[in-house]
Write a protein that binds this ligand. Structure first.
Ligand SMILES: *Cc1c(COP(=O)(O)O)cnc(C)c1O
Length: 219
């Protein structure tokens, strides 16, 4: 299927209140432009270097989301233009984002990435760490950052019940924090599991290969 067919198929499966982040990592600028022309404005990349190569070549009204692990020393390269950093996984990182964001007199939107998967390899805050960081935020510690929600990735498994229970765990944390101040975004679900994520309450999904095809990198 073509990118256009893929894109339309995914869009049809998403309820109106669910945001689509088109994950374009490893795919060329031409493919991103194609999806842009179909109306998509929110794109996700996981590497700062790659994002910086693509950013100048694409329309300025794209809302770029960083979705991969971010090293603190790289925040400065994206602070001026990044819309949302979905992968905040440490206090050190949010402190750095707050600092760099301040230099441009803006408030960068971030999601706290919470570890819900079984595998050790996944980055993310433990649930109690996320709650603590959120309390610090509420007490005014990071004035140049806006925490707009939570992001999580389920275990890579065929066991749908496990995936579901991990997503529901994050939904519960989301509901809890949402009582303290209104949160907009619960980002869960990728190409293989976004329908389950939506069932579990996701209102933002990050879909890559189901739109762009398998990953093979050339700019
Ligand atoms: C690559 C990636 C995605 C998209 O994965 P697909 O399976 O290609 O849809 C979503 N979220 C994160 C954090 C990613 O790194």
């Amino acid at each position: 299927m073509s990118i256009q067919e893929n894109y339309n198929k995914i869009k049809k499966q998403l309820p109106e209140n669910v945001e689509l982040v088109a994950v374009s990592k490893t795919h060329p600028v031409s493919a991103i432009q194609e999806v842009y022309e179909l109306g998509q404005r929110v794109f996700g990349e996981n590497k700062v270097q790659e994002l910086m190569e693509k950013f100048p070549l694409l329309p300025k009204d794209i809302q770029w989301h960083l979705i991969g692990h971010l090293q603190t020393n790289k925040v400065k390269y994206i602070a001026e233009f990044i819309d949302t950093i979905q992968s905040v996984d440490s206090e050190k990182l949010i402190i750095e984002i707050n600092k760099e964001s301040g230099k441009y007199d803006r408030k960068i939107k971030v999601l706290l990435q919470v570890k819900i998967a079984e595998e050790d390899s996944k980055f993310g805050l433990e649930i109690n760490e996320a709650k603590e960081l959120f309390q610090q935020y509420l007490s005014g510690e990071f004035p140049n950052v806006e925490i707009t929600g939570l992001m999580g990735m389920a275990t890579f498994t065929d066991d749908k019940n496990q995936v579901k229970s991990e997503f529901l765990t994050l939904k519960k944390v989301f509901d809890e924090l949402n009582q303290l101040t209104t949160l907009e975004t619960l980002s869960m679900g990728m190409s293989d599991d976004f329908p389950i994520a939506i069932e579990c309450g996701a209102n933002s999904v990050r879909v890559g290969s189901a739109i762009f095809g398998n990953r093979n990198y050339t700019i």
